[in-house]
Structure formats: C-alpha cells, structure tokens
Design a protein around this ligand. Structure first.
Ligand code: NDP
Length: 294
C-alpha cells in the first residue's frame, strides 16, 4: 500500500490558526500584541523569499512584524548593536537573524548576543543547553515542527527506534534531543557513519536532514516506517524549460512511498511547519516575558 502523505501545509495552517487565536486572546485580555523582528543581511535570493514569507505570515496571524535589511558589507559590531537594541525594545518579543551570514561575521557571536528569552529560533547556547537538560527554553523551529507531525501521526512514540541522518546544531542534534524526550531509542547518523543503509533499515522513524538530493534510498526503508524529509534541494528540471529547477528532499520519494507507512513530501512537508513554529515560539516567548500562563 502506498505511504500516507503527511500534509505539512495543512498542519501548518492549523498551527497558524491556533497562533492567531492566541494572539487575539492576548490582545483582548492583556492589550499585548506579540512582535517578531527579522534581520536579514545581504541579498541571498532563497533567504529573501523565506524572509518575505515570514513577514507576511507574521502579519496574517495578527502580530507586529519588524523587518530590518542590512547590506552584506555590514560589520559585526553594527549587526550586534542592532540585536542589542531589539533586546531592549519591549515591543519586540522575538528576534530572528536570518542565516547564513556573510563569511566575515561570526554567526555564533551574533546568536549569543540575542536575549535567550527572545531567541525564537532556539539557537542560543542557553536554549540548546536547556533542551539538552530537560527543556523549558525555546526549541528550534524545524525540529519542533517535525516532532509535532510525528506526534500527530504516531501518538505515543515510546520505545520506537528513530534514526536521524544529519547532526547539525539547527536540525539533527535538537531533533535527537526531542525524540529522546519522547522516549524513542535514537541513533544519529552522519557523514562518517559506517553502514547508513543498515541504520536506516532498523528504524521505525527516519528524519533525513542531510542536504543531498534523494540520497536516502527507498529500498533502505523498513516497511511501514514513518519518514520525515527535512532536506530542500534544487535539482535541474529540463522538463520545465531553460535552466529551471525543482525541489526534492533527501529521500528518494517515489521509491520510499512504496515502503514507508507515512512520509512528508518536499515541498509541502517540513518547510511550512518551520515558519508556523516560529510564530508559535513568538507567542510562547511573549507569554513568558509577561509571566502569563499559556
Ligand atoms: P548541514 O549541512 O548543517 O548538515 C548536514 C548533515 O548531513 C551533517 O551532519 C553531515 O554530516 C550529514 N551528511 C552529509 N553527507 C552525508 C552522508 N553522505 N551520509 C550521512 N550524513 C551525511 O545541514 P542542515 O542540518 O542545516 O540542513 C539539512 C537539510 O535540511 C538541507 O537540505 C537544508 O536545506 C534543509 N533544511 C530545511 C529546513 C526546512 O524548514 N525544511 C530548515 C533547515 C534545513 P557531518 O556532520 O559528518 O558533516
């Protein structure tokens, strides 16, 4: 039987609807409108599209959206000064600095300058530390979106074997922590893993976050497993005309559909959930900053 498609687009809409309800309730009960500030440095076209979507969706759920564009030649001191200014601004509850930053800027130094309470991306060392030691901080948006889809589809995940392919700080590592907290038995695979097909074949849950088009083969997947494909890769699409590309994930989708129990498509899976979780995190941050119970 072909795999069930996990519709991230529809799920993200539900999350945004709930966020919009929370924002309206917060305005009515406390007169507070959550505010999300996004800083983008340079003119990377993919980042520009992503940031435009964030700004639009922030406004759609009724939050205040602040958008700052800086030239790619901006120096680190100026960027950090902007972050500090936003840290002090009470109308800003969440701060996101769009990554990657130009090479002359130390990304870690910029992330560390963000007030951890306003770090809605969950990348600050305080928040990653909290995630590793029992929670209570801001959780990175992409793994949070993956977890929500898994919980929605599988319910209790206790005892299931999960393999995460990729160990980045923004996806793989926090995803491992979240699945451990959900009582899965977790394996994190990476470029030095000896027998990736065997690791994948043993898993009930596969989270692919590699950045290599369709490298995880359908034939590796255990029949009935749940597959979350985080990868976003543009590949040539000659059928669409001159120089055009199309998006594929890290999993060989067509073949995987014949083995998996459920799978997220690319596009329309993890991507929409990432922005929805950013909005959700901004509401969470606002409530905490004002000591309001959720
Ligand atoms: P990184 O490049 O930071 O990490 C990639 C990971 O994949 C590394 O841990 C690397 O291992 C591992 N890897 C590389 N080659 C192999 C291989 N042959 N076998 C096994 N593991 C391998 O990527 P990100 O985590 O930032 O992103 C991963 C993908 O997810 C990208 O396609 C990105 O575009 C996408 N993404 C999508 C988001 C969304 O909203 N949908 C959000 C964030 C990312 P090692 O550590 O050993 O080098």
């Amino acid at each position: 039987m072909p795999a069930t498609l996990i519709d991230g687009k529809a799920f993200a809409q539900k999350v945004r609807d709930r966020v919009a309800e929370s924002v309206a309730a917060l305005k009515a009960s406390h007169g507070i409108t959550p505010g999300l500030a996004v800083i983008i440095v340079g003119h990377d076209p993919a980042s520009q599209v992503y940031v435009r979507n964030k700004v639009r969706q922030t406004a759609e759920v009724g939050m205040n959206s602040f958008h700052f564009e800086m030239d790619s030649t901006v120096d680190q001191k100026t960027l950090i000064a902007k972050v500090r200014e936003l840290n002090e601004d009470p109308s800003v509850n969440g701060i996101l600095v769009q990554l990657p930053l130009p090479k002359h800027i130390d990304e870690a130094a910029v992330i560390e300058a963000i007030d951890p309470k306003k770090d809605v991306d969950g990348f600050h060392v305080i928040n990653s530390g909290l995630l590793a030691t029992g929670g209570g901080g801001m959780v990175p948006c992409t793994p949070l979106g993956c977890l929500m889809m898994l919980e929605d589809h599988l319910g209790d995940m206790s005892g299931l074997k999960a393999v995460i392919v990729g160990r980045s700080n923004i996806v793989g590592k926090p995803m491992a922590q979240l699945l451990l907290d959900a009582n899965c038995t977790v394996t994190v695979a990476h470029s030095r893993t000896k027998d990736l097909p065997a690791e994948v074949a043993a898993a009930d849950i596969i989270v692919a976050a590699v950045g290599r088009p369709e490298m995880i083969k359908g034939s590796w997947i255990k029949p009935g497993a749940t597959v979350i494909d985080v990868g976003i890769n543009g590949i040539p699409a000659p059928e669409r005309g001159d120089g055009k590309t199309r998006l594929v994930g890290d999993v060989e989708f067509a073949a995987a559909c014949n083995r998996a129990g459920a799978i997220t498509p690319v596009p329309g899976g993890v991507g929409p959930m990432t922005i929805a979780c950013l909005l959700k995190n901004t509401v969470t941050a606002t409530l905490k900053q004002h000591n309001i119970d959720a």
